[in-house]
Design a protein around this ligand. Structure first.
Ligand code: ADP
Length: 481
């Protein structure tokens, strides 16, 4: 039984759910205890009590702790990638990349802990000095989704600790294994007891307790739009001071392919962006907006590329597309495939679940492609979160841009073109937090801001030095010597 980590100790008790391998549902990875309400409250009290000590720690102490976490993640890269692929179902190559990134993120924020900036300005009043400093926010609640079980916790926990906050972390109930492994590493790097706490369990039980407790000064959340709205409502509706909140939610990211695109590059971008990690990325390209001069060649080459993709056990050598994460998500993907056909789009590849691959029972789904899709169809407006993409044919670059921006979301958007002028035009006018030119919409660097516009995100950006906007509180001091 894997236990929760509270106030510097591994807490006994709680119901446990089995962590099931989606590539082989006969394989149970382990049992992970759900924190009781009392344990969650204990974690919050411990975090609050740890704040003065951790907040007063030196930048060097913080840097050393975070660097040690990063080093251990990198040293155990193969083992952690195997666990991640086994519990989440992304192909081992994707899992290895995620573990590498998580380790690098801790190292990056180890450096940031040594570079907490401030400003000193002359006052408008004679003799006065104005000093602007950044202080910890307080107790931070961190709630994460299942699709990046290690990287998303890393990119929230590392900056929270670097800037002197205490953390209560609730990972997704579907993939507690990587989160538990990360907590176990964090338990051994000399943090004062209570600075970091792990409380596993469901959103409804454990997550809600974090949202509604006045000791939580900030909530950093990544997940569905529905839960994101709930986080926002709770933050402003609870008793006591409001908490600040940062939300990363859905996407319906377009990849625009113009007539002058290098076709090989466009196909690589579409295959990687729409299908890698089984399409279960908030930055996945689920809308392929293609101008008519290249449309037929693009569709033909993409179907050929999909035929060559190897779907299988996430950990089997050569697998490119692992299973869908669980039975509910598979059901949802299949429903959207049905909806697309009923709406009049043409299913030109895939569409079927594969109950077994290589004799292993799992939640496998063929990579699926629609053509003849129009922007008003549900498959072009709602996030599916599976290996399913739709091609929308457009006349020209103007229509492509209008269609790309015709969405309630705005996380990532891509364009494939060999024209510098077009690249500049789309870079400027795509309404998204991240724009990719001749690169997949998914797959980002660790040291630069991540986040979106419109319905995709709310609050300050994550990652890079921009993370300090959310995880610090600015103080303006007026000093008359
Ligand atoms: P997904 O569809 O990606 O599972 P969710 O928004 O349901 O998205 O889950 C993302 C995270 O939010 C998970 O850790 C989940 O347990 C948590 N969560 C779900 N509902 C709530 C809630 N009402 N309050 C707090 N956390 C929640």
């Amino acid at each position: 039984m894997h236990r929760n980590y509270i106030a510097g100790e591994w807490a006994e008790g709680g119901d446990a759910t089995p962590n099931i391998n989606p590539s082989d549902t006969d394989d149970t990875i382990g049992h992970y205890a759900h924190a009781s309400a009392e344990q969650v409250r204990h974690a919050l009290a411990a975090a609050e009590a740890a704040l003065p000590r951790w907040g007063a720690s030196t930048p060097q102490q913080r840097a050393d702790a975070l660097d040690a976490v990063g080093s251990e993640i990198l040293a155990r890269r193969d083992e952690l990638a195997d666990l991640l692929a086994r519990e989440e179902g992304k192909a081992l190559s994707d899992a290895r990349a995620e573990v590498l990134r998580a380790g690098q993120i801790f190292k990056f924020f180890a450096g940031e802990a040594l570079r907490i900036p401030g400003e000193l300005l002359a006052s408008t009043r004679p003799g006065m000095c104005v000093e602007i400093t950044r202080e910890p926010v307080g107790v931070v609640g961190i709630i994460t989704p299942w699709n990046f079980p290690l990287a998303i916790p890393a990119w929230k926990i590392a900056p929270a600790l670097a800037y002197g906050n205490a953390v209560v972390f609730k990972p997704a109930e579907l993939v507690p294994g990587s989160a538990w492994a990360l907590a176990e590493i964090l338990s051994r790097v000399g943090l004062p007891h209570g600075t970091f706490n792990l409380v596993m369990g469901t959103g409804r039980a454990v997550g809600e307790l974090l949202l509604n407790d006045a000791r939580v000064a900030a909530i950093s959340f990544t997940g569905s739009e529905t839960t994101g709205r709930r986080v926002a409502q709770a933050a402003v509706g609870r008793a006591g001071p409001m908490s600040r909140f940062q939300l990363e939610m859905g996407g319906k990211n377009p990849l625009v392919v113009l007539d002058d695109a290098d076709l090989d590059v466009a196909i690589q971008c579409a295959v990687n962006g729409a299908y890698y990690s089984t399409g279960q990325r908030c930055t996945a390209s689920s809308r392929l907006v293609v101008t008519e001069g290249v449309h037929d060649r693009f569709v033909e080459a993409l179907v050929e590329a999909l035929r060559a993709l190897r779907v299988g056990d996430a950990r089997a050598p050569g697998t490119e597309i692992g299973p869908v994460v669980d039975a509910n998500q598979l059901q949802r993907d299949l429903e959207y495939i049905d909806i697309g056909q009923r709406e009049g789009a043409s299913l030109v590849f895939g569409g079927a679940a594969l109950p077994q691959v290589d004799g292993r029972p799992g939640y496998y789904l063929q990579p699926s492609l629609f053509t003849d899709a129009s922007p008003d169809m549900r498959i072009c407006r709602e996030e599916i979160f599976g290996p399913v993409a739709a091609v929308i044919r457009v006349r020209d670059a103007d229509e492509a841009l209008a269609v790309a921006n015709d969405t309630d979301y705005g996380l990532s958007a891509g364009v494939c073109t060999s024209s510098l002028k077009m690249a500049a035009h789309f870079r400027r006018h795509l309404q998204a937090g991240m724009v990719m030119v001749n690169a997949p919409t998914a797959g980002v660097d660790l040291h630069v801001p991540f986040g979106g516009r419109k319905g995709s995100s709310f609050g300050p950006r994550e990652q890079g030095r921009y993370a300090s906007e959310f995880f610090t509180s600015v103080k303006t001091a007026y000093v008359q010597p």
